[in-house]
Design a protein. Sequence first.
Length: 320
Amino acid sequence: MYRVFEALDELVAIVEEARSVPMTASCVVPRGDVLELLDDVRDALPPELDDAQDVLDHRDKLIDDARAQADKTVGDADEEARALLEGDGVPSYEVETRTGKPAEQLVRRAEESSVVVMGSRGHSTLSDLVVGSVSQHVARQSPRPVVVVREQAQAQATRVVVGTDGSEGSRPALEWAFAYAEAVGVELTVVYGFQTSASSPAILSGFIPTNVGDEIAVAEDMLKDVVAPYAARFPGVAVKREAITVPASVALAEASETAALVVVGSRGRGAFGDSGDRAPDLVTHELIRAARSDRRYLASSSRPGARAASGAFAPTRTRA
């Protein structure tokens, strides 16, 4: 580009020093010198400028084509959604189209909803990674329960699996799972995944004695105490308890292979920009990433609004 400005300066000098034509504002310049400088300017300009000019020349057509493609995409999505809803016999529905980042739009719309349902294609391709990141973001940030739907490997699976660690944060998920299991009439399995002291480096080296049996017994008693109030509130639910000595995300991912629905609690901070004092639940993150065969995965928020949302949704008859 330096040669462009240099040639322009030379052209200005030629015009300024040129002999004027009497009685006019014109001047006489050496044609050969001027043409040579203009050729230098043309050669020095990057070819991308010519391409940019082509875009500008055809911008109206490009914009029209992009709008037509966007309208077609929205129309196809709208038509597909209506066909699915009508095919499933949904009596009343509304199809809404929004512009913006999917995760942000879903979280904002969740404020007015009882539950958020979305798809997940895993992480095997770039597009799947994008979908997976949206589901993880919504699961962490949504103030309402989030259901992530996947293909179910075992079509005959009907049971619901819920994870708990006995904390206050996991109780909304327990309540949601019990209410859902009662509504659809399926078995509920409560899973507590934990690691014993036998997995610590010191004990593995043989320096510190441990009694894994006692630790498992304590875990089973804790799980029994946690489940008891909900079992009493939902007497019609057939419930099983499983205390498993593996990390919670692994226990739930394995349980998902024979489940129609997996429920876990989420400690997401809530709204965008919220600087809450709890980090997003890593078990929720890992389960969205690793669950292999479940058709439905739900992250029930530990935020206060989740309790009302869970109650509003659970009585609805939903096919498991």
